[in-house]
Design a protein around this ligand. Sequence first.
Ligand SMILES: [Zn+2]
Length: 109
Amino acid sequence: MDVHCSACGEPWDSWHILNDAIYDTALTRPECAAWNRTPRQKQLAPHYRTVFRDAGYEFGHTLMHVIHCPACPPTAKAGDEPTTLKHAIEDILGDDLDAIAATFNDHHL
Ligand SMILES: [Zn+2]
């Protein structure tokens, strides 16, 4: 299932985000493998958010909420309303990433 970047609308396969996007970062392959074994709740710890941001990714509360992505044009900015809605959906659905992605799609977010 795809999730869409809030800033540019680029579709991202959720499997890619959950498993391969980390390899787009400056982390070494062993560090990426360690990240893949890290519990989902800790995969967006401040260190990892910085690493992802340096690679062009910015996430909301979960990896399903792509606020900025490497495909974003330099001036792309996430809209306030979709971002607020996505945060609310994440707050309601917690760690259920499949439900979050499905709900985003149901509401064309
Ligand atoms: Zn984007």
